[in-house]
Design a protein around this ligand. Structure first.
Ligand code: HH2
Length: 278
């Protein structure tokens, strides 16, 4: 039976590509988090730095001041969900763990900060290792892979998994993510989704984050014969389509902005695949 977890996104940033500026006030963040939990999120991923293409880096102090109070408030609210911190900085991860985070979602896969692996290992928490080609500021400027994108992403994740385990992070707490949209063209994203099942042999849960990403705006616009990509708030149908396909190909964690519709789509998909007897 397919079993999966929804990770609800809570961006405490002024500039995230689809929800920037909406949850900067702790009260707004808490209300949104409560809603995501009620709708079926098992994990809430709190981020204080946008990784959208072209985003400028944020100082550690700024990132700490955005995320730690929110994590503290979420922990106190006892929403019945696990808390995750979306960061590449060890100092932020350490403070987040103290505030109640049990997962570190590091889009650099422990490469950006030499102290990150030790913070995750000694904190006894889980981590998500994601593939990214380049860095957010420039990653979408003509991303190129020498060979096959799926083979390269798989080899990268295998190598980062080995690195994390060697650093003392419990293997059973590691999640792998192909990093949809991170240094990838439309064709790269589609190949990774179509052949997602090839990552299963790495033996760890696979997370995917397609939610509202630009390639869905491009494909969605084609359906309407429109030359301009659909705006981020019109990418839910694409998010649902790709989430269902990723589920069928073995993904088990879905990082999404809108939990309720994805929960519904995945429930229908699971039943259709014979997972729960309908
Ligand atoms: N995508 C984003 C951020 N973090 N983490 C993982 N593991 N996988 C993803 O696909 C992923 C991620 C980008 O989405 P969002 O948080 O909505 O935007 P921004 O980075 O602009 O805050």
């Amino acid at each position: 039976m397919a079993s999966y977890t929804l990770m609800g996104i809570l961006n405490v940033t002024p500039d995230s590509f689809s929800d920037g500026g909406r949850f900067m006030e702790p009260q707004d963040a808490l209300e949104h988090a409560t809603r995501l939990a009620r709708e079926g999120a098992g994990i809430l991923d709190v981020g204080g730095e946008s990784t959208r293409p072209g985003a400028e880096p944020v100082s550690p102090e700024e990132e700490l001041s955005r995320t730690v109070p929110v994590l503290g408030a979420l922990a106190r609210a006892q929403l019945g969900v696990e808390l995750s911190i979306d960061t590449t900085k060890a100092v932020v991860a350490r403070a987040a763990i103290e505030a109640g985070a049990v997962l570190v979602n590091d889009v650099s896969a422990l490469r950006a900060d030499p102290e990150m692996a030790e913070v995750v290992a000694s904190g006894g928490v889980g981590c998500c290792l994601m593939h990214m080609l380049g860095e957010p500021r420039t990653m979408q400027l003509q991303p190129r892979y020498e060979g096959d994108v799926v083979d390269e992403v798989k080899a990268f994740l295998e190598q980062r998994l080995a690195f994390a385990v060697a650093a003392g992070i419990a293997e059973e707490r590691i999640i792998l993510d192909p990093g949809i949209g991170f240094g990838k063209t439309l064709r790269h994203n589609l190949a990774l989704l179509d052949r997602l099942d090839e990552l299963r042999s790495l033996g760890r849960p696979i997370m995917v984050g397609t939610s509202r990403k630009r390639f869905l705006g491009v494909l969605g616009a084609r359906a309407h014969g429109s030359p301009e990509p659909l705006e981020a708030d019109r990418r839910l149908p694409g998010t649902l389509a790709t989430s269902v396909l990723a589920l069928e190909r073995g993904a088990s964690i879905f990082r999404v902005h809108e939990v309720a519709p994805v929960a519904e789509a995945l429930a229908v998909a699971t039943a259709t695949l014979g997972g729960d007897g309908g």
